[in-house]
Write a protein that binds this ligand. Structure first.
Ligand SMILES: C[S@@+](CC[C@H](N)C(=O)[O-])C[C@H]1O[C@@H](n2cnc3c(N)ncnc32)[C@H](O)[C@@H]1O
Length: 305
């Protein structure tokens, strides 16, 4: 059976929410399998333009053969620099569908999933310097605990971090099997039958992935650039899958800054560069049945004033 690269979540509401101008310039900062990008292309006229970014070169296999389309291989934290390079001072809309694609979870050698044996990698950009193995083997116990607690919201973060440190003192933890064994004391193949342990591992893997790819830092930098690049009336549509990234987007659209600091005018009116158009739309039961990974998707849309 042919592998599916990705199934886009909340496709129609995202594209409709962008209110695409046929002759506008748009950016999809998370190209992946290209599902959202293709839908944007369909809404564009002959003068329209779409830049699709991805830091994972694997996504280029899904390229769109169209002269109105440009692939940008890079991290969206450098959105502003890439747009400068292409001579785009302003854009009419931007979307982001954050996190990883099915492709990442389904390729054993990328090391994102404990469904398979594989290296402890988790880098979206295969050329990035820091892998999950580097974090697991070099962070001190306190740093490991912070990652697991903050990004995985794991109540037993301290115990898990301690187990990693004890295990790596005997030999470096280099593979998914070794990490699962260090954290749970049982073989990787058996965790599927133990729901409590499986849930804990899902959260721990998510936490490491967020740290490896500095996902929250990249998101904040991208939002600031998007704010400055968007034309009045231009919209940004952001799909999040994690409470921390959702909070960042929510506060950013309310305040216009990453600190979430609300400025008010003399009369007490909130001063923000955005009108909030969509406050956290989620997938309906029908979509979740076809695409269970859409369950945690949340769509927020803001329009630049
Ligand atoms: C959820 S998938 C996007 C799926 C896409 N919307 C589709 O329809 O197939 C997220 C993609 O964004 C990429 N990505 C995540 N963070 C990124 C970043 N900081 N810079 C560039 N690409 C990133 C990942 O490599 C992945 O391919």
């Amino acid at each position: 059976m042919e592998k599916i690269y990705h199934i886009p979540a909340l496709l129609q509401p995202t594209i409709q929410g962008l209110k695409i101008r046929p002759d506008g310039t748009y950016v999809d900062v998370t190209f992946g399998g290209g599902g959202h990008s293709r839908a944007i292309m369909q809404a564009l006229g002959t003068q329209g333009r779409l830049y699709s970014m991805d830091q994972d070169i694997d996504a280029y296999a899904n390229r769109i053969d169209d002269e109105r389309w440009q692939f940008v291989h890079g991290n969206f934290r450098y959105l502003r620099q890439f747009m400068d390079f292409y001579g785009e001072e302003h854009i009419d809309g931007l979307m982001a569908d954050l996190g990883v694609s099915f492709h990442h979870f389904d390729e054993a050698e990328r090391g994102f999933s404990f469904r398979f044996p594989g290296p402890l990698d988790m880098r979206m950009n295969q050329k990035a310097a820091k892998s999950a193995a580097d974090i697991v083997n070099t962070y001190d116990e306190e740093q490991l605990c912070r990652v697991l607690y903050l990004y995985g919201e794991l109540k037993n973060a301290r115990a898990l971090a301690h187990r990693m440190v004890v295990a790596r003192a005997k030999a470096p933890i280099q593979t998914i099997d070794e990490l699962v064994w260090a954290m749970t004391g049982c073989p990787r193949e058996s965790v599927g039958e133990r729901p409590g342990i499986k849930k804990e591992l899902i959260l721990a893997f998510q936490a490491l992935r967020i740290e490896v790819n500095d996902e929250l830092g990249a998101l904040q930098q991208m939002l600031l650039s998007a704010r400055d690049l968007l034309c009045p009336g231009g919209r940004m549509a952001i799909l999040t899958y994690h409470s921390l990234e959702d909070r960042i987007v929510k506060n950013f659209l309310r305040s216009g800054n990453v600190e979430g600091h609300i400025d008010k005018d003399f009369y007490g009116n909130i001063l923000t560069p955005f009108t909030v158009i969509e406050k956290g739309l989620t997938a309906d039961a029908q979509e979740i049945e076809v695409n269970p990974r859409a369950r945690s998707a949340k769509l927020r849309i803001g329009e630049k004033k």
